[in-house]
Design a protein around this ligand. Structure first.
Ligand SMILES: Nc1ncnc2c1ncn2[C@@H]1O[C@H](COP(=O)(O)OP(=O)(O)O)[C@@H](O)[C@H]1O
Ligand SMILES: N[C@@H](CCC(=O)OP(=O)(O)O)C(=O)O
Length: 362
C-alpha cells in the first residue's frame, strides 16, 4: 500500500522542511508567517533549512553581483542577518523562538563537531526552539561547500535522524520533464524506492536567477541521499498560504519518494563525509571478504597510497578503482609491522561504493 502525504506528515516526529531562494523572494505567493504557522501546528520537532541569504542580501545591496564568488560571499553575510530576523518575526506570531545554525562541510565531516551540532539541535528541540539552518556561504570554497541547500537539507535530515524531509519549491513536485518548458510534462506523485534514478534526465539542472543554486536535479539528488538513509522525502509547492496544512488536508499535491531501510546514525554520518584523508589498496581476497560483511585485516592491504591516522576517513582501492571508504581503525604507519589479523577497518565503519549502493537501491 502506498503511503500518502497526510499520513506521512501526521506521523512524523522529526522533520526537516527546506525552503529555496525562489520562494523566499516570491512574496506574492509565499509567506514566512504561513509556513511558520504550519510548522508550529504540528506536534513534531522540525528544523527549517532556509535559503535566501544571497537573494535577501542582494535586495539590500544591489551593487554586489551574486555571480561573482567574493560578492556572493559578501551578500550571504549581509543577507543571513536579515533572513534570520525575518524568520524570527514570522515565528514571533506563534510565540516561538528561532535559532540560527550555520553549517559547513568541515563541521559535518568531523565526527566530534558533527556530534556537537547534533547535540545543539537536540537542545534547541528540547526547549521548543525552531532551528533555522543554512550554509555558512561566506567561508566556503569552490571545492568545499555543500553546493546547494537541497543537499544540505538531506544532510541535516541525516544529522538529526529525521523521519521526513519536505522540500518546498516553486513547483508542486517532480514532473516527467521540466513543466515550465514542456506543456506535456506529467506530474509524478509517487517514486518507489530504487526508481529515483529513472528521473535523472527529466529533472533539469536549472538555476533560479543567480541567487539560488538548485533546480530539480539537485532536489532529486537530495531525495536520493535522504531515501538511502531511510528518510522519506516529499517535494511540494510552497507557493500557497499554508503549504504544509494543504498537504495534510489533501488540497495540495506533491511527489513522495519512498525511503529505503533506516541506516545507523554512524553510517549516515560516514556516508555524508566529503573529504578523504588517505587511501590504501587492497587485494581481491580482501575485497571479497568486505563484500561478505567482514572487517578489513592488515593481511589484505597491498599498500598505503596516502598516509592516514586512526579515525581518518580514507578511500579503499582495488585495481586502481575506489571501491569504498571508511574510518581507519589504526594509523597507516603501523600497518607494515602489524600482525596479518589486525583489524585495519571495521565493517560497520565502511561504505562499499558499488555493493552498498546496490543493496540500498533494490
Ligand atoms: N522534471 C522536472 N519537474 C519539475 N520541475 C522541474 C523539472 N525539471 C526542471 N524543473 C524546474 O525546477 C524548478 C524548481 O527548482 P528551483 O527554481 O531551483 O527551486 P528552489 O529555488 O525552490 O530551489 C521548477 O520551477 C522547474 O522549472
Ligand atoms: N545558502 C544560499 C542558498 C543556496 C541554495 O541552494 O539556494 P536554493 O537553490 O534556492 O535552495 C543562500 O542562503 O543564499
Amino acid at each position: 500500500m502506498t503511503v500518502t502525504a497526510p499520513d506521512l506528515i501526521e506521523s512524523a516526529k522529526l522533520a526537516v522542511v527546506k525552503v529555496g531562494s525562489a520562494l523566499i523572494t516570491d512574496t506574492d505567493h509565499f509567506t514566512m508567517g504561513g509556513l511558520a504557522g504550519d510548522i508550529k501546528e504540528r506536534p513534531w520537532h522540525a528544523v527549517l533549512v532556509s535559503s535566501g541569504a544571497v537573494a535577501v542580501g542582494n535586495e539590500r545591496v544591489p551593487t554586489l553581483d551574486p555571480k561573482q564568488t567574493e560578492d556572493r560571499h559578501a551578500l550571504s553575510a549581509i543577507g543571513q542577518a536579515t533572513l534570520i530576523t525575518m524568520w524570527q518575526s514570522a515565528f514571533d506570531a506563534y510565540n516561538k523562538v528561532a535559532a540560527q545554525v550555520l553549517l559547513t562541510p568541515d563541521v559535518t565531516d568531523d565526527r566530534s563537531r558533527y556530534l556537537n551540532a547534533r547535540a545543539a539541535l537536540r537542545a534547541l528541540f528540547d526547549n521548543g526552539v525552531i532551528p533555522i539552518v543554512n550554509e555558512n556561504d561566506a567561508v566556503t570554497t569552490r571545492d568545499f561547500r555543500y553546493g546547494d541547500n537541497d543537499r544540505l537539507a538531506a544532510k541535516t535530515a541525516g544529522l538529526i535522524g529525521a523521519d521526513l524531509l519536505i522540500i518546498l519549491s516553486d513547483v508542486d513536485g517532480l514532473y516527467t520533464s521540466n513543466p515550465s518548458k514542456d506543456p506535456d510534462a506529467k506530474h509524478v506523485s509517487y517514486v518507489p524506492y530504487g526508481e529515483a534514478s529513472r528521473y535523472f534526465e527529466a529533472a533539469e539542472d536549472t538555476k533560479s536567477g543567480g541567487v539560488g543554486t538548485g533546480g530539480m536535479r539537485s532536489k532529486l539528488a537530495a531525495a536520493r541521499i535522504a531515501i538511502d538513509w531511510g528518510v522519506t522525502t516529499i517535494i511540494a509547492s510552497g507557493r500557497r498560504p499554508h503549504p504544509l496544512r494543504d498537504l495534510v488536508t489533501g488540497e495540495a499535491r506533491c511527489t513522495i519518494f519512498e525511503a529505503g531501510d533506516k541506516i545507523s546514525a554512524r553510517r549516515r554520518w560516514l556516508s555524508g563525509v566529503h573529504e578523504r584523508s588517505g587511501s590504501m589498496d587492497i587485494d581481491a581476497g580482501a575485497l571479497k571478504a568486505l563484500k561478505a560483511e567482514a572487517s578489513l585485516l592488515a593481511c589484505g592491504v597491498v599498500q598505503v597510497a596516502e598516509p592516514f591516522l586512526k579515525g581518518d576517513v580514507i578511500d579503499i582501492r582495488h585495481d586502481n578503482q575506489v571501491v569504498g571508504f571508511g574510518l581507519a581503525a589504526c594509523d597507516s604507519a603501523s600497518i607494515g609491522s602489524a600482525e596479518g589479523s589486525t583489524i585495519v577497518l571495521r565493517r560497520d565503519d565502511l561504505i562499499l561504493t558499488e555493493h552498498d549502493h546496490d543493496r540500498n537501491d533494490q
